[in-house]
Ligand binder design. Structure first.
Ligand SMILES: O=P(O)(O)OC[C@H]1O[C@H](O)[C@H](O)[C@@H](O)[C@@H]1O
Length: 431
């Protein structure tokens, strides 16, 4: 993975080479904190050891019992779905991967009608084992399997940490259970059982994913100039501190669209604390050139645009045409056109002095994805150290979770009155 931060310098007042040179001393200190945390397998930092500590054989032997499934359905949300979905949507497989994360009844009904339930493996994933959306969705899936006369206990395994409700459910029904390793928060768990079990079921090269992560780990060093991940983390931090409080992640590859979703959770939940942070926005090149780019180039100057692309891809040539004005396309390819669009966007942002960073991976394959995912996690951890926030917790999310449970009668929540006391200002229409 290469990260080019050249177009981020000089665009935002105060973000210059000199500023980065000075920041590099703090990067060295932060790197020391990070490596200490990793050496002690401390909470959160343990995730950066996953390329070495994950056990692909154990993952494979847990899923090998399912012979030739047509599909795998992951029931999980947030960090328990987005990593696996990123890999599944980036890599081709004959085993279809589905994700039930939201508790939208229409979505659940549609998905259950579409799934070949008797040929589907169900993977229920919750790090805490207590997330209401996941447990509710699983109860719905389980009932659908009963109705279809499918023995759900034969086709379901769970992935969980700790001793939550999901663990108890697995024990009660004797379901196979994979552990989420201790000290690994959900949004940093893609290189563990959480992200890799689905990849193994889909026949992907799990070792290569971890090899990519290991390459990313080897690239961490005490200087941002020697470490692509730290270069990205440090420049994003420097820009956010000086006003670029939005980060538009814009992959130029449909297969990486879910990666931008995974990145959004990583960046938002890890760094949005104590009144600081950088709001992640999901974009897709070239599609969003025709939708969002106007704003990125000419709107408020509070944005960093991260342009991401694979250096190589299988291409499709554009047929020759004698249509007037279109001959320049003939003989070229869709990949060449996409690359030209990428470079044009980069140049157009730079010409308007809008900060942008280029990230390139070799290609969309297991190794490069492992390296990219690891690199963004390390970038995020470094950013969190520089900004002095608690990268690995998400207390603000917990409030809403407890309030929802309280409203359903699922537990005491002392601030519940605040929930029912909400202000109303309803403007109705259409009668
Ligand atoms: O894996 P679970 O414990 O079910 O958690 C799923 C998600 O729940 C919460 O919303 C947290 O903020 C997320 O970080 C987490 O990924």
């Amino acid at each position: 993975m290469d990260v080019d931060i050249g177009n981020a310098l000089g665009t935002t007042p105060g973000v210059t080479t000199g500023v980065l040179d000075r920041l590099d001393d703090r990067v060295a200190d932060a790197h020391e904190t990070i490596t200490d945390g990793m050496a002690n397998d401390a909470f959160g930092y343990a995730a950066l050891n996953l390329p070495e500590t994950a056990d692909p054989d154990a993952i494979r032997s847990a899923v090998d019992r399912y012979d030739d499934p047509e599909a795998v359905l992951t029931v999980g949300i947030g960090g328990s779905a987005l990593g696996a979905a990123t890999l599944a949507n980036a890599l081709d497989s004959e085993v279809d991967a589905y994700f039930l994360d939201n508790v939208d009844p229409d979505q659940a009904r549609r998905l259950l009608a579409e799934l070949p339930l008797s040929e589907t493996v169900v993977n229920v994933v919750s790090n805490s084992g207590t997330t209401a959306e996941t447990l509710a969705n699983f109860l719905v899936v389980r009932e659908a399997m009963d109705r279809a006369d499918v023995d759900w206990t034969d086709r379901t395994f769970v992935t969980t940490g700790g001793e939550g409700n999901l663990r108890r459910l697995a024990e009660k029904h004797d379901l196979p259970a994979l552990d989420v390793p201790a000290g690994v928060p959900g949004r940093f768990s893609v290189l563990s059982t959480v992200g890799l079990a689905v990849a193994a079921l889909q026949g992907h090269d799990v070792e290569a994913i971890l090899r990519g992560g290991a390459d990313g780990r080897e690239n961490l060093s005490g200087s941002l100039y020697d470490s692509p991940a730290y270069a990205y983390g440090a420049v994003s931090y420097a820009l956010a501190r000086r006003g670029a409080t939005t980060n538009a992640m814009m992959p130029y590859a449909e297969s990486l669209e879910t990666f931008a979703e995974w990145f959004a959770q990583l960046w938002a939940e890890s760094l949005g604390k104590d009144g600081v942070g950088q709001t992640p926005v999901r974009a897709l090149g070239a599609t969003d050139q025709h939708s969002q780019l106007q704003l990125y180039r000419a709107g408020p100057r509070e944005k960093l645009v991260t342009l991401l692309r694979p250096r190589e891809r299988a291409d499709v040539s554009i047929p020759e045409t004698d249509l007037e004005g279109l001959s320049y396309l003939g003989g070229s390819s869709l990949g060449e056109l996409l690359d030209a669009e990428f470079e044009a966007t980069e140049a157009s942002l730079a010409a308007a002095e809008r900060p942008n960073v280029r990230i390139e991976i070799d290609r969309v394959d297991e190794r490069s994805l492992g390296e990219l995912l690891y690199g963004m996690e390390a970038a995020c951890v470094l950013y969190g150290e520089l900004d002095g926030v608690e990268t690995f917790t998400q207390p603000a999310v917990e409030w809403g979770k407890k309030a929802a449970r309280g409203l359903l009668g699922g537990g005491e929540f002392e601030e519940a009155e605040a929930v029912s006391d909400k202000r109303e200002l309803v403007v109705s229409g259409g009668r």
